[in-house]
Design a protein. Sequence first.
Length: 192
Amino acid sequence: MIDGKPDQSQTRVPRKTNNLSVICISVLVLVALSCDRQEIATTETEIPRQTLSAFSMRHAEGGVLKWTLIGREAEFRLQTTFVRKPYVEIYENGQVVAKITAEHGEVVDQTQNLKFMNSVIATSENGQLFSEELHWSNRDDRLYSPIACSIVRGESVVNGANAAARPNLEVIEMKEVTATLYEKDEKLNESE
């Protein structure tokens, strides 16, 4: 005490400590130190995806419709759209020239190429193509089957492999061909 007054240099001012702040900071430090920072590799099945029911899409180039696709369900993964029970109509000059059905299909997003698998049937006014795998090359406007397939026109049947054709199935290139042809089903002269 100096002159009856308390000595300020030795007086302590009681300080309120916020215990809650100290606890929060301690918990944050403990959590940060206890975290395991190892990298976890994701597999393709873990990549986020989107699934739609009653899916449809159209593809046009330069304002010209090339194909339409309808499916029961579509799943989008990476650069590919997977379609269950696809139904596709391929167009030439504004008209449907081929209709394709299958159990499964794929659309490659970048090229708009199509792939059909399992119980594939392509139908045009010139007949039907049956295969377990069929591709549509968007750039070439051609269908091709890299495996065995059958072409049916009326009662005539042509079996072969590595088939390639325009979507109207008028002219088909194949390898390893065997056929049962009936004159009534085949045009002998283009003027007919």
